[in-house]
Write a protein that binds this ligand. Structure first.
Ligand SMILES: C[S@@+](CC[C@H](N)C(=O)[O-])C[C@H]1O[C@@H](n2cnc3c(N)ncnc32)[C@H](O)[C@@H]1O
Length: 315
């Protein structure tokens, strides 16, 4: 592959998937794309890049993008984000949403489904504490292949041994030959769809919790900032954003503030968002900072406090 081919691929991948490919990654491109070139009838990567430049092979474009994504995932990855979900996020939102009894959760880079299914298993375990609640989990990813795998819910012995507690394997999976399949009741808790984070996602509606883990790490600062700002607009003002262990909003955006004592967990920064002429500002600031007494003082009754937190974010 010539330097010009590599530069073309860098631009192609950045504009199509956000991937910010460093100049020293040519070996990675060669090893991942040579098989793709052959599968699509091209002699080598140079011939494949020539075809990409023509812009007429949509299937090839998708295959190149998919081959360059990293789909690594496992159940309860990094543990803490799931402990926080069980011990902090759901209990807090259970109080804040006690009237609506509704929770919407989005895994924005769901890969092969381990992350959304880990959240689904926690919610199932917490079901006695959430009687008559409607919980919805949406899992999206750029890659059709991983979303297809997530939907079918089949995992190898190796995959179910990574992070999944044995009692959850017994309770929520059934063995199918050499594979394990997550039960239909779990599959029914997650809606999957193919979606690129670079594209508009307002149609998904507003979420109480967004897990966007181990994807922004591959993007450059400008792309990260853009995604963060759009995620903030997609969240309830008192919602939670959960990032991967190596990811942060610090230095990129002030649309989120860190939750004290909880690494990788953020809430929308309503100060940024609240224009001085916004009559709901006080209520929203108070709700978002969790000061229930202040909420009640600002808006009157607990019921009014509850309604204050579903106001849409204004920008
Ligand atoms: C390393 S996996 C992370 C999976 C899971 N969130 C976790 O932490 O275990 C990253 C995923 O992001 C997806 N991805 C990469 N670029 C994307 C984009 N622009 N839009 C949506 N998903 C993307 C990849 O296809 C891949 O499945």
């Amino acid at each position: 592959m010539t330097p010009a081919d590599f530069t073309f691929l860098q631009t192609f991948l950045k504009t199509r998937s956000g991937l910010d490919l460093a100049a020293d990654k040519q070996y990675l491109v060669d090893s991942r794309l040579t098989p793709v070139a052959r599968q699509h009838g091209h002699e080598d990567a140079t011939a494949m890049v020539a075809a990409l430049r023509m812009g007429r092979e949509k299937a090839l474009e998708e295959a190149v993008i998919e081959a360059m994504t990293t789909n690594e995932s496992f159940f309860f990855r990094d543990k803490t984000p799931f402990d926080e979900f069980r011990d902090r996020i759901v209990p807090t939102l259970r109080e804040l949403r006690s009237e609506q009894r509704k929770l919407r959760i989005w895994c924005a880079a769901a890969s092969t489904g381990q992350e959304p299914y880990s959240l689904a298993m926690i919610l199932k375990e917490m079901a006695p504490q959430l009687p008559n609640w409607h919980t919805e989990i949406i899992g999206t990813d750029l890659s059709k292949d991983v979303i297809e795998k997530a939907r079918t819910g089949f995992y190898s012995q190796f995959e179910v041994q990574r992070g999944l507690p044995a009692q959850f394997l017994i309770k929520y999976f059934s063995q199918q030959g050499e594979m394990w399949q997550i039960n239909p009741s779990m599959r029914g808790m997650v809606n999957y769809r193919v979606m690129n984070l670079l594209d508009p996602f307002t149609a998904l509606g507003q979420f109480d919790v967004i897990y966007c883990r181990n994807v922004l790490i591959y993007f450059d600062a400008e792309t990260k900032r853009d995604v963060f700002d759009r995620l903030a607009r997609q969240m309830a003002p008192d919602g939670y954003l959960v990032l991967g262990a190596a990811e942060t909003v610090v230095g990129l955006t002030d649309a989120f503030v860190r939750v004290e004592g909880a690494r990788g967990i953020y809430r929308p920064n309503v100060e940024v968002d609240s224009a001085l002429d916004d009559p709901t500002r006080l209520r929203r600031q108070a709700v978002a900072s969790g000061r229930d007494m202040a909420v009640q003082r600002a808006v009157g009754t607990p019921a009014a406090a509850a309604s204050a937190k579903v106001l849409p974010i204004r920008r």
